[in-house]
Ligand binder design. Structure first.
Ligand code: COA
Length: 250
């Protein structure tokens, strides 16, 4: 089991644990995460959900790049849909969700954090959407949610450069609301306060805050289509082979 759920007094702590790959999400781990989030969405005893990564180094270092290297466009669309569902559950479940970003939150890891209602980071956290350096694009909501959270200008700069940022910069651009160590304690403290509020009012507040349009379907479509390109194959293979990619525009 690589996704652990502990429910304590109405606060559910979800820990993603695949530490040998910096908690990168493969099909098994992502499916397990999606299933646990579905259960928590329907579980009235869980009033608030906190998401974190196991170990000292990573929240989630992204989707599993080695797995993605073998996907064709149809498979990539299915993979994108699974990630979208997990992020959507975090965003839409009728209770607050909080990301406790304890290390690397890259690519799909940053996108899962963006699906959460609130984000906190440890001083060691590193965040970013580095997909461009793999010859692909964010495919689990990043192109829409990063722009909604930080503004279009910041989102364009981060997604087009693929640059990684530290916790202080994340705080400055509004990607996280606070930097604290240990971040999971800080997140659980806030979660316990939320668990004392009216669940009905929290549900409606979240529903209203989420009433803004996006283009998540278009993102899912374009993400899958890119897997037909030589550049995506090259970018994904280069990571596994530990060498810089050579992009040709094909
Ligand atoms: N998918 C698959 N495996 C990953 C991974 C990912 N997203 N991120 C890290 N890993 C694996 C590494 O391949 C390595 O495995 P190995 O020991 O079998 O080679 C292990 O996790 C440890 O990572 P390593 O790169 O050795 O750690 P580091 O501290 O030198 O670097 C990162 C950390 C996060 C900077 C680096 O791992 C990285 O760039 N990861 C990819 C991030 C990314 O592009 N994510 C977006 C994907 S859409």
């Amino acid at each position: 089991m690589s996704v652990l759920v502990e429910n304590d007094g109405g606060v559910a702590l979800v820990t993603i644990d695949r530490q040998d790959a910096l908690n990168a999400l493969n099909v098994e781990t992502l499916t397990e995460l999606r299933d646990r989030l579905r259960e928590l969405a329907a579980d009235d005893t869980a009033r608030v959900v906190v998401l974190t990564g196991a170990g000292e180094k990573a929240f989630v270092a992204g989707a599993d790049i080695k797995y993605m290297g073998g996907l064709d466009p149809a498979q990539a669309k299915g993979w994108g849909a699974l990630g979208h569902e997990a992020a959507w559950l975090l965003e839409e479940m009728p209770k607050p969700t909080i990301a406790a970003i304890n290390g690397f939150a890259l690519g799909g890891g940053c996108e899962l954090a963006l699906g959460c209602d609130i984000r906190f980071a440890s001083t060691r956290a590193r965040l970013g959407q580095p997909e461009i350096d793999l010859g692909i694009v964010p495919g689990w909501g990043g192109t829409q949610r990063l722009a909604r959270v930080c503004g279009l200008g910041v989102a364009k700069e981060l997604i087009l450069t693929g640059r990684m940022i530290d916790a202080n910069e994340a705080l400055r651009i509004g990607l996280v609301s606070a930097v604290a160590d240990p971040v999971v304690h800080h997140a659980l403290g806030v979660a316990r306060k939320l668990a004392e509020k009216s669940p009905l009012a929290l549900r409606v507040a979240k529903l209203l805050l989420n009433l803004s349009p996006g283009a998540l379907d278009r993102e899912a479509e374009e993400f899958g289509d890119l897997f037909a390109s030589a550049d995506a194959k090259e970018g994904l293979a280069a990571f596994a082979e530990k060498r810089p990619p050579q992009f040709t525009g094909k």
